[in-house]
Design a protein around this ligand. Structure first.
Ligand SMILES: *[C@@H]1O[C@H](CO)[C@@H](O)[C@H](O)[C@H]1NC(C)=O
Ligand SMILES: *[C@@H]1O[C@H](CO)[C@@H](O)[C@H](O)[C@H]1NC(C)=O
Ligand SMILES: *[C@@H]1O[C@H](CO)[C@@H](O)[C@H](O)[C@H]1NC(C)=O
Length: 290
């Protein structure tokens, strides 16, 4: 009897497939727990799925005190040392986490299937509201000295502060964003290839986001040179020059954008639950075959 059960079940077990794991990366001044609600929704939609929320160092403080070059390196180390992720995974980054996860894909060639960025900061941020999340003594450092090396090395926000009046300084002195955005004179084809290798790249923003300026940074649009006008698909170098492969991804039908309608949520994502369930959840409906 037992033999019969094994005989029929074993082939099923051996040939079964499991949902691709999901890795979550939180935003600034928060920690891994801030993604618990999202993790819970994914687990209840896809029973048995492996979901892990990553924290870099002591999440809350290190999220703004560690330069993003180091955060990306630590993120890659954590992921590579987790054997559950060896076969590949889907990756989600929220707010500041959006550029940590994209940096990790570009620099570390992680085996990511779908890369999902929620309320991203792809084209940086510039403006006081975002800084209000930081301790008061750090705010002036950013508004006055963002492109000085000691500040670049001390506050994560300096690494993606994109002042439209100082784009030349941004390009030469900002340590992180111009690099992963491939804005330097010498392009990094490796970064671009790693983006093009994705199955899907998903970007979202909220049309009432009160923290990220411009909020369209979530869709990879920043301020144009010397103004507070916002780039469009047609006048952004990212698209016209295909710096990291956005245009190629779009042409291949692998670029997805969604507009949410919710205030910025660094602690709980509950108010955005319907949006996430409807638009984002389908990107986790894929399996690894064992
Ligand atoms: C921005 O415009 C100014 C004035 O036209 C020009 O000198 C500068 O080179 C431009 N900067 C960039 C990064 O294109
Ligand atoms: C902008 O680009 C889109 C393609 O995404 C194209 O359909 C449209 O005609 C362009 N608009 C202008 C004003 O060039
Ligand atoms: C996942 O995809 C399968 C196959 O297309 C579909 O039957 C199933 O309903 C989807 N699951 C969810 C939770 O959407």
């Amino acid at each position: 009897m037992i033999f019969l059960v094994l005989f029929f079940l074993l082939p099923i077990v051996l040939s079964s497939s499991i949902y691709r794991p999901v890795v979550l990366m939180h935003g600034i001044t928060s920690n891994a727990d801030a993604m618990n609600d999202v993790a819970k929704w994914i687990r209840s939609t896809y029973p048995g799925i492996y979901v892990i929320s990553i924290e870099i160092g002591d999440g809350k403080e290190d999220s703004y005190l560690l330069p993003l070059d180091i955060q990306v390196e630590k993120f890659c180390q954590t992921v590579r040392s987790n054997e559950n992720l060896d076969q590949g995974f889907n990756l989600v980054g929220y707010s500041q986490g959006s550029i940590i996860v994209r940096g990790a894909v570009e620099r570390c060639s992680l085996p990511v299937f779908n890369l999902i960025t929620l309320s991203g900061i792809h084209q940086g941020t510039f403006g006081i509201p975002y800084l209000l999340q930081l301790p008061i003594e750090l705010r002036d450092l950013i508004t006055k000295y963002a492109y000085e090396t000691p500040v670049q090395n001390a506050v994560s926000v300096a690494n993606y502060w994109r002042d439209p009046e100082q784009l030349i300084k941004y390009d030469s002195n900002c340590h992180f964003l111009p690099d992963i955005n491939n804005e330097h004179e010498t392009r990094n084809e490796f970064y671009r290839q790693n983006m093009i290798n994705l199955n899907a790249f998903v970007m979202t923003y909220s049309d009432i986001d009160e923290i990220i300026m411009p909020r369209q940074s979530g869709l990879f649009m920043g301020y144009t040179n010397s103004s507070l006008e916002i780039e469009t698909y047609n006048n952004s170098r990212q698209f016209t020059e295909d710096l990291i492969g956005l245009r190629t991804l779009k042409e291949q039908g692998k670029l997805f954008t969604f507009t949410a309608h919710v205030r910025h949520q660094d602690v709980t994502h509950e108010p955005n639950k319907d949006f996430i369930m409807k638009n984002i959840m389908p990107f986790f409906n894929n399996t690894l075959s064992l």
